[in-house]
Design a protein around this ligand. Structure first.
Ligand SMILES: C[C@@]1(CC(=O)O)c2cc3[nH]c(cc4nc(cc5[nH]c(cc(n2)[C@H]1CCC(=O)O)[C@@](C)(CC(=O)O)[C@@H]5CCC(=O)O)C(CC(=O)O)=C4CCC(=O)O)c(CCC(=O)O)c3CC(=O)O
Ligand SMILES: NC(=O)C1=CN([C@@H]2O[C@H](COP(=O)(O)OP(=O)(O)OC[C@H]3O[C@@H](n4cnc5c(N)ncnc54)[C@H](O)[C@@H]3O)[C@@H](O)[C@H]2O)C=CC1
Length: 494
């Protein structure tokens, strides 16, 4: 018999997940997304689960971790991880239990116990012990599509979901929100049911016809904040247009551990987004300008930029480590540009590979994997983590630590000549655009690839001339120059 898809409110439910492997992590992520209060119990907690409870630290001695995750876009997600074996007491007070351990006997024993207490239970690897199955889900705000095959083929469920997603508009969540508010009004105003129905039909149709611009971005918190900044500016100029955020997962986001240079340079963060622009699944893309390939893919261009933020790099270390008293100290950074320059500022620095988004990097520093790390000031300031009390922030002088071309600049990319391109042009900051043009032109002239020890920083000397500082450490030695360029020299933003 097919399973009935009840849509259940989870955000007031207590959910226990027993097991800490990849399956548990996936189930936890799914339930957190729907606001559930999740408790995980397992002696071994895998990295994916730790990443979900991003801001959280395992306290080995007490065996308990609490996390109020501030890393969520809407409301705070709550997840609590207990690093130990499950006990029967854990299920008391639970509304839903998921058994995801590799111990079949334990799974079915707890399933039985839950059933005797009328707690809904799912055993991830025994269909007959499940009161409910997890469906494959597409979620857009409060619009949810779910697919089940009655447990016959989870992989088919996943495939059907992907097929549906391909043809689905991405703004139904937003439309539903807007219609929800209008519906309340009409229900209160219009006593006649048939008239109400007609009005609803007309409004749904009108909403579906409205102009919308889909803005593609990476899923990291910083990428989303930057996209929100762009949307805020666009809305000021185009109040009647609907701007939607579309998250694009890039190869760089998926391969979290390997050194960036080992799998294709920084283009890995942008490739899929550029493809989405070209195949029309998004209309505009928001990037950190310094991550962008130079030049852009054919047919695409940087249509505009937001005003530049702080361009400096920051050396960050724990307040309890006195890096200067050490003979050597380790610095986490993947960038050859930073490596060559920090060695000049601090000869005792020893650089080590460091990957991950900003929050992960800071966590690695706090966990003691490095004595210090280097991050861009613009990123930590946009995330609002530039004043953590347990950390010291040493802003490095730009002449000693020359930034990467485009550092501190948020760029909007689109297909040339399209409406979204012109919209981005309209809100672009001319001064910043001039700097980015000059910096990108210089990088092209130097024929610099994406993973090279090169820094480029342009400033306006007067309204015609630009001064471009260049740091080049290709030879193994840091060489610095200052170039002067006329504004007219600069090509269009490529
Ligand atoms: C019964 C159910 C119970 C439950 O977990 O609730 C269950 C059970 C099992 N899954 C197994 C394996 C796989 N599961 C997936 C993927 C998903 N599994 C999901 C749900 C469900 N899985 C429930 C039924 C759903 C339905 O009604 O069809 C999805 C839809 C939702 C989610 O997990 O959130 C999610 C897709 C999410 C998405 O894409 O969005 C893949 C594919 C992959 O990993 O790419 C594989 C490998 C390929 C394969 O086997 O098909 C095994 C064998 C384990 C082994 O071999 O040891 C069992 C145990 C058994 O069948 O007995
Ligand atoms: N439903 C689904 O979609 C799928 C289900 N599976 C099945 O799910 C099960 C779990 O898979 P993985 O996450 O890869 O498992 P895993 O083998 O990586 O992890 C098992 C986890 O169970 C924990 N555990 C063991 N004994 C425990 C106890 N007494 N109390 C609390 N926790 C305990 C371990 O600490 C570990 O975290 C496997 O049996 C697998 O066959 C596998 C693929 C998909």
């Amino acid at each position: 018999m097919a399973y009935f898809p009840f849509m259940i409110q989870l955000d007031d439910k207590q959910c226990l997940i027993v097991g800490g492997g990849a399956v548990a992590a996936w189930k936890a992520a799914q339930m957190c997304e729907f606001g559930a209060c999740v408790t995980v119990v397992a002696p071994e907690i895998c990295a994916e689960l730790l990443a979900i409870a991003d801001t959280e630290r395992i306290d080995e001695t007490a065996g308990i971790v609490e996390n109020i995750d501030g890393n969520c876009q809407k409301k705070p997600e709550r997840i609590r991880v207990w690093k130990r074996e499950v006990t029967e007491a854990d299920i008391s007070g639970m509304d839903v239990v998921i058994m995801a351990t590799d111990d079949a006997e334990l799974n079915s024993q707890y399933a039985e116990l839950c059933r005797s207490k009328h707690i809904l239970v799912n055993v991830v690897d025994v269909k007959k012990d499940c009161d409910f199955y997890f469906p494959a889900i597409i979620k857009q705000g409060e619009v949810v599509v779910s697919v089940s095959t009655g447990g016959n083929s989870p992989m088919l469920a996943s495939k059907i979901k992907k097929d549906i997603r391909q043809t689905l508009r991405t703004d139904y969540g937003q439309i539903a929100d807007e219609l929800g508010a209008i519906r309340e009004k009409i229900l209160a105003e219009e006593p006649d049911e048939r008239a109400r129905k007609r009005r609803f039909a007309a409004i749904v149709e009108a909403k579906m016809q409205e102009q919308r611009i889909r803005i593609g971005t990476r899923g990291s918190r910083l990428a989303q904040i930057q996209t929100d900044m762009v949307i805020e500016q666009l809305k000021k100029h185009y109040p009647d247009v609907r701007f939607e955020k579309v998250i694009v997962t890039t190869k760089g986001d998926k391969q979290k551990e390997a050194a960036i240079s080992s799998f294709g340079g920084k283009a890995v963060f942008v490739e899929e987004i550029e493809e989405a622009l070209l195949d029309g699944t998004i209309d505009l893309a928001v990037h950190s300008a310094k991550d962008m390939p130079n030049p852009c893919k054919k047919g695409l261009g940087i249509a505009g930029v937001l005003p530049r933020a702080c361009v400096q790099d920051v050396l960050i270390y724990r307040a309890d480590t006195d890096i200067r008293s050490k003979n050597t100290f380790t610095v986490g950074t993947g960038s050859l540009r930073r490596r060559s320059q920090i060695k000049e500022i601090y000869p005792q620095a020893e650089c080590m590979e460091l990957r991950g988004n900003v929050t992960t990097r800071i966590q690695k520093l706090r966990d003691g994997l490095y004595d210090a790390i280097i991050l861009a000031a613009a990123g930590i300031e946009r995330l609002g983590i530039e004043k953590e009390p347990d950390l010291v922030y040493e802003y490095l002088d730009v002449d000693a630590m020359l930034p990467a071309a485009g550092q501190g600049i948020i760029a909007m990319e689109a297909c040339e000549g399209t409406l979204p391109y012109h919209m981005a042009e309209t809100i672009s900051d001319a001064e910043t655009e001039g700097c980015l043009r000059a910096e990108r032109a210089v990088v092209r002239e130097m024929e610099a690839g994406c993973h090279e020890p090169i820094g480029v920083y342009a400033t306006w000397k007067d309204d015609k001339t630009m001064q471009v500082r260049v740091m080049n450490a290709r030879s193994g030695k840091v060489k610095r120059e200052v170039w002067e360029r006329e504004k007219e020299d600069a090509n269009d933003l490529e």
